[in-house]
Design a protein around this ligand. Sequence first.
Ligand SMILES: [Zn+2]
Length: 304
Amino acid sequence: MWRACQHWLPTLLYIAKRGVASDGHCPRCHNHQESMVHALWECKRLANVRNMCLFAKDLQVAEGMHFLDFMMVCSKSLSLFDVEFLCVIMWRIWFCRNQLIHNLDGWEVADVFQWSISFLDKWRVACKGISAVPIRSAAMAPKWRPPLPGFWKFNSDAASCYKDRMIGLGVIYRDSVGRVKLAAAHNMVATFSPLVAEALAIRFGIQLTCDNGLVPFHFESDSLQAVELVCKGNFEDTVIGPVLAKISNLLKELPNYSISYVPRTENVVAHVLAKKALVVESDYRWFDCCPPCVVRTVQSDASF
Ligand SMILES: [Zn+2]
């Protein structure tokens, strides 16, 4: 991104201006000069990718806009986490564009969004590991910890399937001895960034808390960014803003709760349920019993 902001990426317009034999036209659409903004975002052949980035649907791009100005607009109108996601998407778009230029296989617009989600997910997990969790074997990895007696603990997670344009949400409520009170797997036909999907999972879980009177509770998510935004009550005018506002309104009705981030190893059951939600028809709930797909993990979590 730094090279792009300096206009140092060799778009065809860039190299034409420097005397290389090229008409400077975009190699994808062939009817527009390949400026930096065009190459990484504006080309009509990237419409599908842009449409999937709902958080960026209101971005205004002026004719002939400098890429650095475009990024400034993004930084003002999007959350930090959405800008981060957008940068990964544009990085992948540039990779795919180069595959096309060099006649290599791999130019699949449809894969850009899903690849970016997957990359960012792994990167964030890796960063968490570097900054907070020392390297340890799987056997030593921290696992779910029970709440205090008299409290419920609920864990939430989200999963995405680009191909079906679907988001899976998984939540589970357990007591201080690890017994399952309520579990749910719910899906939505939608395409959101991983951060918005995580926030939707939190909202789904808190809504269930309200509906079933599961208080007091302690809530855990493995999305550090989502937990931080919920705690800050940051309602920027972006796609995630209304989700956070709803969470805030729900929490006002709840007298006694706490929220924290946990590493993935402490959130495995919710993760499995979120994945399960992608393959069920719509909405599954389990009351006072354990979903079959997580029996072993729940038993393992309860062996503290
Ligand atoms: Zn183009």
